[in-house]
Design a protein around this ligand. Structure first.
Ligand code: EPU
Length: 430
């Protein structure tokens, strides 16, 4: 069993470099099987576990994957020969369901076990299925466990999403890239990783227009080819370090970012009293005083991202006054507040609202990472708190934050990973 141990209360100072975007990578990796060729993917967060599982899945269906350097892989999908992906492969992460769209595009059929991933409330896939059916696929879900989709041929069609869904938008784009004719996704998600997937598909010879707006048009083609593509920087990793800089009253230059993607986060940090300076591909965040309160409502892009909500809650837990966070994407994203309460935070949750009464100081405590972004919040809280914090269940954090210990240590944070004996592990019982 591994834990992070943090001795907090040290302002973060220096420079940190953000990795490629996890959620773009998770869409682009399966997209590579839409061609029978070789794709080189650069700026990939190669060492996070979500990416490792997606690479393992590619190999499972016959692709050859070569690590070129610490942020580049080469995917040769000429020998992909299976449209079946079992629960063993899909249980680790949500994005494994992107193989449904990609396999439908490649073979006209897919048999993929239902995905795992962070528990943030119910995560239905009705909009994905609606999209595949609109393209002409027959879709069934066997015993709530396996999605089976097949079609003689896929045809482009208009699809209106009842809910703005990142996952459904991605999955439909993947299948539609090889469908005959024009698919129009209305009420599409507009996140930066949707635009990145569109750019990747276009680099493979696809015709995708309008990504980044709520209407995406995809003219399908059979003739996709390999390409070399560099993934955008991770908006949420960057935002996490921005908040960490502010919460520790530090001064950090965060490099390899697209400041435009960070606007909703920068705006809220400025509202709380931080200084934020944008450069071409970097952003500096500094904070000298106690943060001020602010209210946040999570929204699909370009609104404030739900994936930054727990991290911001840490800053607000230290702010002067009472702040309100309203979570509008996930029904169960406030579990981390119980962990923050162990550190002295004063937060009352009522359904989708959290009332945060700021305290002057957090105290180090043993806590756990309930999910990926909850874990990121625990790290920020540990860095800002007085004393020692131990974070358990760090496998969640390793899903999405590359080299987190090394990166934070380089800007002065006292964080290390320790191995400890799991009392339930019978091999170590004696
Ligand atoms: N929804 C439906 N039906 C569907 C699909 C979604 O009702 O068919 C609902 C969901 O239950 C949710 C809302 O629509 O209430 C939005 O879900 P969405 O499909 O947009 O989320 P997702 O694709 O499952 C992605 C990110 C999440 C991020 C959300 C929202 C990836 C791999 N995951 O999830 O990221 O929270 O969009 O922005 O891109 C994370 O990185 O920590 C993470 C959880």
């Amino acid at each position: 069993m591994e834990k992070y141990v943090i001795n907090g209360g040290v302002p973060l100072h220096g420079e940190i470099t953000v990795s490629g975007a996890k959620n773009a990578a998770l869409a682009i990796i399966p997209a590579a099987i839409l061609c029978q060729d070789v794709c080189t993917i650069e700026n990939l967060p190669v060492s996070i576990s979500d990416v490792r599982y997606m690479i393992a899945t590619l190999r499972h269906i016959g692709a050859t994957v070569r690590y070129v350097d610490k942020s580049t892989i080469e995917i040769d999908s000429r020998k992909v020969n299976s449209y079946v992906i079992s629960h063993d492969m899909t249980k680790h992460l949500r994005a494994s369901y992107y193989f449904i769209g990609a396999l439908l595009g490649r073979f006209g059929r897919a048999r993929v076990a239902m995905p795992g991933g962070c528990y943030l409330g119910p995560r239905p896939i009705d909009q994905h299925i609606k999209g595949f059916e609109a393209l002409g696929a027959r879709v069934s879900v066997e015993e709530n466990a396996i999605v089976e989709a097949d079609s003689e041929s896929l045809f482009g069609n208009p699809i209106y999403l009842d809910i703005v869904s990142v996952g459904a938008t991605v999955n439909i784009m993947l299948a539609a890239a090889r469908a005959e004719g024009m698919t129009i996704i209305e009420n599409a998600a507009k996140e930066p990783h949707i635009v990145d997937l569109a750019n990747f598909l276009n680099s493979m010879g696809a015709d995708v227009r309008g990504a980044g707006t709520d209407v995406i048009k995809i003219r399908g083609t059979e003739n996709l080819h390999g390409c070399t593509y560099s993934i955008i920087p991770d908006q949420i990793e960057a935002g996490t370090y921005m908040v960490a800089a502010a919460a520790t009253k530090g001064n950090v230059l965060i490099k390899n970012v697209i400041p435009k993607h960070l606007e909703s986060i920068s705006t809220k940090l400025i509202e709380c009293g931080a200084d934020v300076t944008e450069y071409d591909d970097a952003i500096r965040v500094s904070m000298e005083k106690r943060p001020g309160k602010c209210n946040i409502k999570t929204m699909p892009h370009p609104g404030f991202p739900t994936d930054m909500q727990p991290q911001m809650a840490v800053l607000l837990a230290l702010a002067e006054g009472t702040s309100v966070i309203s979570e509008s994407i996930w029904s169960n994203r406030f579990r981390y507040t119980e962990q923050l309460a162990r550190m002295g935070a004063d937060i009352t949750v009522d359904g989708q609202l959290a009332m945060i009464h700021g305290v002057e100081q957090l105290k180090g405590a043993p806590v756990k990472a309930d999910d990926l972004r909850a874990g990121a919040a625990m790290i920020i809280a540990g860095l800002a708190a007085q004393g020692r914090t131990e974070i358990e269940d760090i496998m969640h954090i390793r899903r999405g934050y590359e080299n987190v210990v090394e990166k934070i240590s380089n800007i002065g944070g006292d964080i290390r990973m320790v191995y400890c004996i799991d009392p339930l592990d019978i091999n170590n019982a004696g």
